[in-house]
Design a protein around this ligand. Structure first.
Ligand code: HEM
Ligand code: HEM
Length: 178
């Protein structure tokens, strides 16, 4: 007599909500990062202010999205790696993802706390300066600078890891997020 074993419906990619959040946040964050560094090369004050305030507005919009994304990780359906990643490698990838989230929140929080004056979110809503102490603002500016560099490194590492797994090791890692 033959037993019928039920094959569980194992997920091979993230749910739609996670995928939308991942790609929309990635596009905006990479833009904000590039403009953040490009500001050094903009001599015209008006142009500088436009890009700086747009950048701060976009980063402000990213903040609630990141909080939702962070919380959703604990409720969304699991996407097991299966044969693709095992043991220590799997642990390392999980650890790096945790560090990714941590860095993003340090960048966001230090961005707000370094503000030496308020700004208008997309020219509409007033955002006041949270800490009115220049010394403290300057401290958080150094935190912002340091964490931005670490985050840029992390993004490069992340993309390089995906390319390596996908193109060299021929593992369907990219499919998990498409
Ligand atoms: C993930 C989000 C963010 C990224 C990727 C980012 C990235 C950057 C980068 C690369 C720089 C240049 C750093 C340097 O010169 O070494 C910068 C500067 C700056 N960031 Fe952020 N940042 C983010 C969030 C924020 C937030 C939330 C605020 C405040 C609302 C903020 C306010 C600033 C300010 C005021 C500067 C100085 C340059 C300027 O006047 O715009 N940032 N940021
Ligand atoms: C600012 C840019 C990016 C950030 C902050 C980011 C962040 C993350 C995080 C935290 C995860 C873990 C899953 C999750 O918690 O949602 C993830 C997964 C993934 N990301 Fe990104 N990502 C970025 C850009 C990219 C880019 C440009 C690519 C394309 C090469 C990419 C491809 C993937 C893939 C394929 C996964 C699934 C990998 C896995 O499940 O181990 N990401 N990303």
């Amino acid at each position: 007599m033959q037993h019928q074993t039920r094959v569980p419906n194992v997920r091979t990619r993230y749910d739609l909500f996670s995928r939308i959040l991942h790609w929309s946040i990635a596009v905006v964050m990479i833009y904000v990062m590039i403009i953040g560094y490009s500001l050094h090369f903009i001599p015209n004050e008006q142009v500088y202010t436009f890009f700086s305030e747009t950048n701060m507005s976009l980063a402000t919009a990213l903040t609630p999205l990141m909080m939702i994304r962070f919380l959703w990780r604990y409720f969304r359906p699991a996407v097991p790696y299966g044969e693709m990643l095992k043991g220590h490698d799997k642990g390392l990838v999980h650890l790096l993802h945790e560090i990714f989230y941590l860095l993003i929140f340090v960048v966001l929080i230090s961005g707000f706390l370094m503000l030496e004056k308020g700004f208008q979110i997309f020219g509409v809503i007033d955002f006041p300066r949270p800490i009115s102490n220049v010394e403290v603002n300057r401290f958080f500016f150094s935190v912002h600078r340091g964490s931005c560099m670490a985050l840029a490194g992390m993004i490069i590492l992340h993309v390089a890891a995906v390319i390596k797994h996908h193109c060299i090791e021929k593992k369907a890692i990219l499919h998990r997020m498409l």
